[in-house]
Design a protein around this ligand. Structure first.
Ligand code: DGJ
Length: 721
């Protein structure tokens, strides 16, 4: 709900449990007032509350140096020495700005930004237009609120209303000015095979920067940060999370000023970013989703999960039963032929697996990772009977067929590169920095995107393909496009991501029956922008049943479990060499969109029976994975037990899954207290053969079974009727 005092220019935005309040101060600047637990907005509309929050130390005088005004979108060069939200240069070189309120409107729903990922619908959107008194620039600030959500979506649109061009050097999506800096900050940092490890540090004075400048959101840092009050825990206390709906280079900064306030802002990374705005042009920044929680990190995560499922992921897929996949990558790598694939398919069908996904190596000259990328035509020498043969074999076995692509990439040893070397990002004559022997295609160019669209479409039309795994295995270097003029080279990284979105938009629209999964060398681009197009994302190349507990725990901070592709792989694990029980691997993979990634032909009958059992059990809980609320009960980071719980929205069903990490002597009395149940309902815990009230299960908890190293357990809980 949005309430406005049009005279005093006070704006009260109410979501499910929060209020966000801003107003236009005496200097005409749009100023932050309040963000937190819901308050009585009328107090702000009718009384002097807003004025009690006058900024220090120079009041409303923007023209005073050292002004510490809590600005809703910070501008540069008028004495606020903190980082601005935007920095742009006029043709005469002048770069200071002085933004004041111009107008506002409230519209139903959420703004549509075409193929740039955005909230698909919304309750209401407040748009406030600010005007620069020193140039012809205007900024529209959008705030979309939802009655059923604690997420507020923000972005900024910068408009050059003059005739002369302006160079943007920074254009963040949002700025949030908090009156104090008594927070810790959580980021999700990592690396390949160890993505999204939560790390919490104090803010301190100065700036904490959470960012990627790699041209993709990256393994190293997710476009997410959360401010945690010192009292914030998993289950209680205040925190504010921010998640950018964007897949390119990004930055989120938290700057504690010398006056004690905190400026949290973020958007496209300003490092290596420039954008020329000609007269009359606008620049739309990606959306940022902000979530206030008074129920700790768990509360924040559940709100983000619902937000993604209800507003970002394709509604046709968000709650759709996910295919249970067998993927051949770790079974064969590049070394396969038709017979080997048929054997895997034959072994998969009786187990209840419904989709076979053919991974890397089916196209061009591709027997290792040195060649072939870009040549999207099947290698019939390797795959007798082509893709059609595999698709038909799947159909004969009652299974569907999926295919791997890496549309954004090219090997120098490929027909595509030999014909169009200029299609690759980089400067001719400068040795390219290769990663995995490949280069990135210049998706800032429409002709390149068109070429790949045609090539991929042709394959998708060639036979019955119902699933695509869209991989991306390197990040950007030598940021240079042969086709962009000198003054626009700084636009490349963002234009590239817009090209990726354009291709994703065109392919997902042209092939509405194909289920798309995202991937980037594991989970190197697991973000809201990708989730807009790909309803699930390969979470990590690390499928080890212990490492995965940490990766999935971290990923669940702001993404739904249904968005995480989680596969059971072989042991010793290919990434860690660790041996864990098949039952544990299955159980950890059940806390997401489950699947398999191993050579089924090498399993004995017992193992096959175990997989059959896992799939049958998963079918009993997959509605909880798709629609339930996640409660993280015991952390693998600071305890010997990993445990998570999914609870149906009506609290009639729950699923607890856990893993004991190491056997420790005399570790006998570990009790897990359940969460999210209805205290007044009675429940059956199937595995224990007991009934108890939600109150008992939450307050007294359940004693864990004795388990060996990496042993796992489940409790299936249902309401007694
Ligand atoms: C990286 C992915 O994460 C893997 O699952 C696999 O698809 C390989 N790429 C194939 O090259």
């Amino acid at each position: 709900m949005i309430k406005i005092d049009n005279k005093k220019k006070v704006f009260v935005l109410d979501g499910k449990n929060y209020s966000y309040i801003i107003y236009v101060n005496e200097a005409g600047t749009l100023q932050f007032v309040y963000y937190g637990k819901k308050v009585d907005g009328d107090d702000y509309l009718t009384s002097v509350y807003a004025k009690t929050l006058a900024p220090e130390p120079n009041g409303f005088n923007i023209d005073n140096a050292f002004n510490g005004m809590p600005s809703e979108y910070a501008f540069f060069g008028k004495g606020d020495y903190r980082a601005p939200s935007t920095l742009f240069v006029r043709e005469d070189g002048f770069r200071a700005s002085r933004f004041v309120y111009k107008s506002h409107e409230v519209v139903d729903g959420a703004p549509d930004f075409g193929s740039l990922p955005h909230a698909r619908r919304g309750g209401k959107t407040l748009c406030i237009v600010l005007k620069d008194e020193l140039s012809d620039m205007e900024i529209s600030l959008n705030y979309t609120v939802f009655d059923d959500s604690d997420v507020i979506v923000r972005n900024a649109i910068l408009r050059n209303c003059g005739k002369n061009k302006v160079r943007l050097n920074k254009a963040f999506s949002f700025c949030l000015e908090l009156p104090d800096a008594q927070y810790d900050i959580m980021r999700l940092q990592g690396r390949w095979a160890q993505e999204r490890m939560p790390e919490v540090t104090p803010i301190g004075k100065g700036t904490v920067r959470v960012d990627s400048s790699q041209g993709g959101s990256s393994h190293a840092m997710n476009p997410f940060a959360a401010l945690l009050r010192k009292t914030c825990t998993e289950t209680s206390g205040e925190c504010i999370g921010v998640n950018l709906i964007y897949s390119g280079s990004f930055a989120i900064t938290a700057e504690a000023s010398c006056f004690g306030a905190l400026r949290l802002q973020g958007g496209i990374n300003d490092l290596n970013f420039e954008w020329i705005l000609d007269g009359g042009e606008k620049f739309v920044t990606p959306q940022a989703a902000l979530c206030y929680s008074a129920e700790g990190l768990g509360g924040m995560s559940r709100e983000f999960a619902d937000f993604y499922r209800n507003y970002i992921i394709d509604p046709a897929r968000a709650y759709m039963r996910r295919p249970i996949v067998i993927n051949n990558w770790e079974a064969t790598y590049f070394n396969f032929n038709r017979d080997k694939l048929f054997d895997i398919i034959d072994a998969a069908a009786p187990l209840g697996i419904d989709t076979f996904v053919l991974d890397d190596g089916w196209f061009g000259k591709r027997d290792d990772d040195k060649s072939g990328l870009g040549d999207w035509f099947v290698n019939e020498k390797k795959l007798e009977g082509g893709l059609k043969g595999v698709a038909e074999h799947c159909a004969e076995k009652g299974m569907k067929f999926g295919l791997w692509f890496e549309p954004e990439m090219v090997n120098e040893d490929s027909d595509l590169y030999r014909a169009h070397p200029d299609f690759a990002i980089g400067k001719r004559g400068v040795t390219p920095s290769r990663q995995r022997n490949q280069l990135i295609l210049d998706f800032s160019r429409k002709d390149v995107v068109d070429y790949i669209y045609d090539a991929v479409s042709k394959v998708l039309k060639s036979c019955n393909i119902s699933y695509v795994k869209w991989d991306m295995n390197r990040f950007m270097t030598e940021f240079y496009s042969e086709k962009l003029p000198y003054e626009r080279q700084g636009e490349l990284a963002h234009r590239y991501i817009l090209g990726v979105y354009d291709l994703a938009h065109r392919l997902t629209s042209a092939f509405p029956n194909v289920f798309f999964e995202g991937c980037a060398g594991g989970g190197g681009r697991f973000d809201g922008g990708m989730l807009y197009y790909f309803s699930q994302i390969w979470t990590s190349d690390d499928t080890d049943a212990f490492e995965r507990t940490k990766i999935q725990w971290g990923t669940s901070m702001c993404y739904p479990v249904s968005a995480m592709s989680c596969h059971v792989s072989a042991c010793p694990n290919h990434q860690t060499q660790r041996i864990t029980p098949l039952a544990t691997r299955g159980l950890i993979a059940s806390l997401g969109a489950t699947g398999y990634e191993l050579d089924l032909t090498k399993l004995d009958d017992c193992e096959k029976e175990e997989i059959k059992r896992q799939i049958a059990s998963y079918k009993n809980i997959d509605e909880l994975v798709l629609r339930g609320d996640l409660y993280r009960l015991s952390s693998p980071f600071n305890s010997n037990y990993f445990c998570e719980m999914l609870v149906s929205k009506d609290k009639s069903q729950a699923y607890v899954a856990g893993e004991r990490i190491h056997g420790v002597p005399c570790d006998l009395n570990y009790i897990i207290k359940l969460k999210g149940l209805d205290p007044n309902k009675r429940y059956t815990v199937k595995e224990l053969g007991i009934t108890a009230s939600g109150k008992t299960l939450e307050n007294a908890g359940l004693l864990l079974p004795r388990l060996p190293d990496f042993g796992a357990w489940t409790w299936n809980i249902t309401e007694c009727k």
